[in-house]
Ligand binder design. Sequence first.
Ligand code: B4P
Length: 191
Amino acid sequence: MLNLVLFGPPGAGKGTQSQKLIEKFGLIHLSTGDLLRGEITQGTELGLEAKKLMDDGKLVPDAVVIGMISNKLDANKDAKGFIFDGFPRTVAQAEALDSLLLSKQSAISVMIALEVNDAELEQRLLLRGKSSGRLDDANPEVIRKRIKEYNDKTAPVAGFYQGQNKYTSINGIGSVEDIFTSINSVIATYK
Ligand code: B4P
C-alpha cells in the first residue's frame, strides 16, 4: 500500500499536486480542508463550528479531523493507498494516524514536504482568494495567522516523521510540472 503525506504550509501546493498524484497512482485523496469545506457547504453543526475557526486562520480541534479521517479510512477498505493532504497538522494527529493505520495493518510510506517561502505563500493565497471566494484566502492578516499556526503547531510534525526516517523535503517553487517530477522521484524510492 502506498500512503503519502503531502506536507507544507498553507499555499505550498499540496492540493494542486494531490490532483496529479491521484490521476497517476489511483490513490484515494483525503484532504481535511476539503472535507471541512464540504461540511460547511452542507451546513452541518460540525461545519458551522469549523467555519468560525477556519475563517479566522485557526486549526480545527484534533478530535474533529481525526474522526473524519477515521470514517474515510473505514469507507475505503479496498484502496490501493491514500494521499493525506493537509493532515496530519499536529503531532497528536500524526500519532492518531499511525494508530489508525496500524489497526489496518498499514503505515505511512513517506512524508513529502513542499518548501515555499512566506512571501510566495501570501502571494499565491491572495491570488487564489480572488476566485475561490474563500474568506481565509482574502485577508493578508488571516493568511499570516495561518502561517503562524503552521509554524507553531504543524511544523513539528516534520520531526515526527524524521524520527521514523520517512521525511523528505523538496523545493515547492517552480512550475507545477517540475515539482510533480520531483515528487515522483521521491515516490520511486519508496514504492
Ligand atoms: P487546507 O484546505 O488544507 O488549505 P491550504 O493549506 O490553504 O491549501 P493547499 O496548501 O492545499 O493549497 P495549494 O497550495 O494547493 O486548509 C484550510 C483550513 O482548514 C486550515 O487553515 C484549517 O483551519 C483547516 N484544516 C484543514 N485541515 C486541518 C487539520 N488537519 N487540522 C486542523 N485544521 C485543519 O494551493 C494554493 C494556491 O497556490 C493555489 O491557487 C494554486 O493554484 C497555487 N499554486 C500551487 N502550486 C503552485 C506553483 N508551483 N506555483 C505557483 N502557484 C502554485
